[in-house]
Design a protein around this ligand. Structure first.
Ligand code: GLN
Length: 187
């Protein structure tokens, strides 16, 4: 099972460490050929404008769309959530609102209950986070902060507005790897 982490900018190294800890082989993705043969992909947090420029520079937009369209699981976190939305890569049927919690609330933590994660709530670290402003009918909202959706799933696409790689809690990465495992089992 080989999982890619988009490594143009942002917090990719921390994601790679968590995924390796959980037993996955990890490949950093910088150019389209790096996507070949991957079983899943993480789009990390960072800065969505810089990430967009990197994707354009490397010609990665179409290859990323094709990868997602193949049914392989994709996990977008923070800026990665923004990249997957209708206004960026148009992979997921959501519209993200950048820096949605306002300038004065640049970062905060919250405990979130996920319907499909067992045990105590997930401790979520938000850094200049987006929220999901609008979602199509095929999108399931998994968690919210003050009524604003911050985690969602659309089939094999899984997005969260916070940084799971910055807490000790590996359950969301593990949940993503479960999706990857069943995708590998099916294909
Ligand atoms: N504010 C960033 C953006 O708009 C996202 C923040 C993050 O990924 N921590 O791109």
């Amino acid at each position: 099972m080989t999982v890619g982490v988009l490594a143009l900018q942002g917090d990719f190294a921390a994601h790679a460490r968590v995924l390796e800890e959980l037993g996955a082989d990890v490949r950093e993705v910088r150019v389209p050929a790096d996507l070949d043969g991957l079983d899943g992909l993480v789009m990390p947090g960072g800065e969505s404008t810089t990430m967009t420029l990197g994707i354009e520079r490397e010609g990665l937009a179409e290859p990323l769309r094709a990868f997602a369209a193949s049914g392989a699981p994709v996990f977008g976190t923070c800026a990665g959530l923004i990249m997957l939305d209708r206004e960026h890569l148009q992979i997921m049927d959501i519209t993200a609102r950048r820096n949605a919690f306002g300038r004065q609330v640049r970062s905060f933590e919250a405990d979130l209950e996920f319907p499909d994660i067992e045990g105590p709530p997930v401790r979520a670290v938000f850094i200049r986070a987006p929220w999901i402003e609008d979602a199509g009918p095929g999108v399931e909202i998994l968690a919210d902060v003050d009524g604003h959706p911050v985690a969602a799933r659309e089939g094999h696409l899984f997005v969260i507005a916070f940084h799971p790689e910055l807490s000790d809690d590996t359950r969301l990465h593990a949940r993503f790897l479960e999706d990857v495992r069943s995708h590998v089992g099916r294909s």
